[in-house]
Design a protein around this ligand. Structure first.
Ligand SMILES: *Cc1c(COP(=O)(O)O)cnc(C)c1O
Length: 467
């Protein structure tokens, strides 16, 4: 089966096995829904991103985007794998410091930073606060002056680069809410170049998530390079880093089972599959070639390249195990004689929000019949009291297959594994319908595992209610 991955995701006697641990056994021990994360796979993914460094021949800082998943044990695993961290709020910054990231291994993004967050970032001496607007830059300068400690900053640009990803995941267009226009940034560098309170270190952009085309990284790096040169020409500032953002894709259609059920653009996005190094390498070579005078060559010399991968570090390291709790048979509208088999799980969009917001596709494997043909159509749905809590296309939406494929005879009590569930899942979960947030386990390789998040209990449902 083409979804298997080395020693990480395999089968033994038809059972799905994660890092040497049978998935069904984990479901039995901890209950479901249960998220399982592989520490060896996280290490593998960080190493895969780091490979770009050999090609570009300059410093590469991999800054894992904490928003994809900031469970504390996951952050520690990412840190131990050799990645730095990109945070998006004072809360994520606090978690980063608490788990032991040094300030110079942290960068801070965000569109609505508050003064306490800016102050916290300056005091932690983080590598760069990535500035979203001229207004915010003034706020940072003020704060740095008041607390008498300089702030390292990098300016976030929206250079009008389009990616072929989901429209909600596009972030480098003027129609998006992020960053500043390149000429505003140039103006900012002019205004603040002599400020003793700011260290103007770099420029940043992020084209979006799950980008299917490696060439978008060439466009992006080219835009950053043009700004690097213009900033030097206009202000004399030699930047220390360029930040290319994240968005490296994960192949969500590795089995191909549903490949024909998607429109071309959807399929291209979901099955995107390239080595990050294969996007970054050519992009870097192109700007080296474009740097055809002494000034530009000098600007590239000693430069550090930053990337901010979230999904590509954590998505395929995470699996969600869910138990089928109910079944029913329903006539298919207008057919008269045909029936749909429905099965209902205990994993709703409250723990996999992108199934609702982006109609995201997650491949499903039957945990104890993983080698059986997954060829029988089922209507698969979650437990929430919400008609949108389903794993298939609701008439007319056209983003998901209209059925899901499972082994014939799948029934209540069976455990299913949703693959590639590690990114933007537990980071976005909520207690809708009074559902307990799930527990989370980390596999360590060689059959070892540990609990990294306890399941909620009744008390957790009312922790902060006052009555
Ligand atoms: C979300 C985000 C990322 C990570 O994106 P992925 O698609 O998960 O790699 C990186 N940088 C910024 C600024 C982001 O907002």
């Amino acid at each position: 089966m083409p979804w298997k991955i080395d020693n990480f995701l395999t089968t033994e006697n038809g059972e799905l096995v994660i890092d040497g641990v049978p998935a069904a056994a984990l479901a039995g021990e901890f209950g479901t829904p249960l998220f399982v994360f592989s520490e060896p796979r996280i290490r593998h993914n960080v190493a895969r991103l780091r490979k770009a460094e050999e090609i570009i021949g300059c410093g590469l800082k991999v800054c894992y985007a904490a928003k994809a998943n900031s469970n504390m044990a996951i952050l520690r695993a990412v840190r131990d794998a050799g990645s730095d961290l990109e945070v998006n709020s004072g809360g994520e910054l606090w978690k980063a410091l608490e788990i032991g990231f040094r300030g110079d291994r942290i960068i801070f993004n965000g569109t609505s930073k508050e003064i306490w967050e800016i102050e916290m970032a300056i005091k932690a001496r983080i590598y760069a606060i990535q500035v979203d607007s001229l207004y915010e830059l003034a706020l940072i300068e003020d704060t740095a002056r008041r607390i008498e400690s300089p702030a390292n900053v990098s300016l976030r640009l929206v250079p009008e680069i389009e990616s072929k990803t989901h429209s909600g995941l596009q972030t480098a267009l003027l129609t998006s809410k992020f960053g500043m226009m390149p000429d505003e940034a140039l103006e900012a560098f002019r205004i603040y170049k002599d400020s003793p309170h700011l260290r103007l270190k770099g420029v940043h952009l992020h084209i979006g998530s799950q980008n299917p085309d490696p060439a978008s990284y060439s466009d992006a790096l080219h835009a950053l390079f043009e700004n690097l040169v213009a900033i030097h020409r206009e202000t004399g500032i030699k930047l220390e880093h360029l930040n290319l953002g994240g968005g490296f894709p994960v192949n969500y259609l590795r089995d191909g089972g549903h490949a024909n059920d998607f429109a071309d653009a959807e399929r291209e996005m979901f099955e995107a599959d390239f080595e990050p190094a294969d996007a970054i390498g050519p992009a870097w070579r192109a700007i080296k070639e474009a740097a055809n005078d002494a000034e530009a060559t000098n600007l590239l010399d000693g430069l550090t390249l930053l990337i901010e991968p979230g999904r590509s570090v954590i998505a395929d390291a995470g699996i969600c195990l869910t138990t089928i709790r109910n079944e029913k048979v329903r006539p298919i509208a207008d057919s008269g004689t045909d029936f749909d088999d429905w099965v209902l799980t205990d994993a709703g969009f409250n723990i996999l929000l992108s199934m609702e917001t982006y109609k995201w596709y997650y491949q499903i494997v039957h945990a104890s019949r993983a080698d059986d043909a997954h060829a029988t159509k089922y209507k698969l749905a979650g437990p929430l009291c919400d008609g949108g809590d389903v794993y298939f296309d609701i008439e007319g939406q056209g983003r998901l297959p209209d059925h899901r494929l499972l082994p014939d005879g799948t029934k209540p009590g069976d455990v299913l594994a949703l693959l590639n569930c590690g990114a933007y899942s537990i980071a976005q979960m909520f207690q809708y319908n009074g559902r307990f947030l799930p527990c989370v386990v980390m596999t360590k390789g060689s059959g070892k595992y540990e609990l990294i998040r306890k399941r909620d209990g009744f008390e957790d449902l009312v922790t902060n209610d006052v009555w």
